[in-house]
Design a protein around this ligand. Structure first.
Ligand code: 6GU
Length: 225
């Protein structure tokens, strides 16, 4: 998979996308992440990428021209499966969306700033709009980093133990069951006996029951989906 990220703040991604699992996925050649600084596509000497909103009101709007220039250049080089805009009024990200996107070959991720982008960008370029939750971030970059991390770890070969993503919370609309490791007894706080029993069938049953119980308690809505 190739991800092209269009942003005014590429440095924000240094931490989240250049560590552990995501870095290893890049080193292994399983994914390529390319950053495009929107200011490099600005026309004027001030490298401006935003302007006052028509009709007035507070807040700047990202202009269409630099975005169009950048997206057109990328689209001339290869076909894109999706051109995704990160915005708080987008579709709410969930594991179903990350599963869908993780099988794509080429995607563009556009990070919004200020009061957002000129609506014509959304009308004529964007194919999907994604939000990571009902709260507002200062920009789309942190949301894009979250989104990229969530899709990259689902690409085959990225996780060491390929099956482990299958047992993540949400993968089957259930939260994950509790986990334990050594010691089996810490200050009298004991690990459930069944997990030490070696009885695989009983352990599987216990894990499923705990997953359902935890989901009922914490996220009952997941069980209706
Ligand atoms: Cl994608 N962008 C911003 N700015 N805030 C958000 C978001 C995105 N998702 C949740 N909050």
């Amino acid at each position: 998979m190739r991800i092209d990220i269009i942003t005014v703040l590429p440095q924000i991604f240094d931490g989240p996308l250049n560590n552990s699992i995501v870095q290893r996925a890049q080193d292994k050649g399983l994914i390529e992440i390319h950053f495009h600084n929107l200011r490099d596509y600005a026309n004027d000497k001030y490298k401006s990428v935003d302007d006052y909103a028509y009709g007035g009101g507070a807040g700047m709007v990202m202009t269409i021209e630099p975005i169009a220039k950048c997206v057109d250049k990328l689209k001339a080089e290869r076909d894109y499966d999706e051109i995704i805009y990160m915005t708080p009024d987008g579709e709410l990200l969930d594991q179903g969306i990350t599963n869908q996107v993780s099988v794509l070959k080429n995607i563009i991720v556009l990070c919004g700033h200020y009061k957002g982008v000129d609506e014509r960008v959304r009308q004529y370029y964007i194919t999907r709009e994604i939000s990571i939750g009902d709260y507002v971030l200062s920009g789309g970059e942190l949301a894009a980093a979250v989104f990229c991390d969530a899709i990259i770890r689902l690409i085959p070969g990225v996780l060491n133990d390929e099956t482990s993503a299958l047992f993540d919370s949400f993968q089957d609309n259930l939260l994950a069951p509790p986990v334990y490791t050594r010691p089996a007894d810490f200050k009298g706080w004991k690990v459930p006996d069944v997990l030490l029993s070696g009885n695989e069938k009983e352990i599987e049953k216990w894990r499923h029951e705990r997953a359902v119980e935890r989901t009922k308690e914490r996220r009952p809505g997941l069980l209706d989906e």
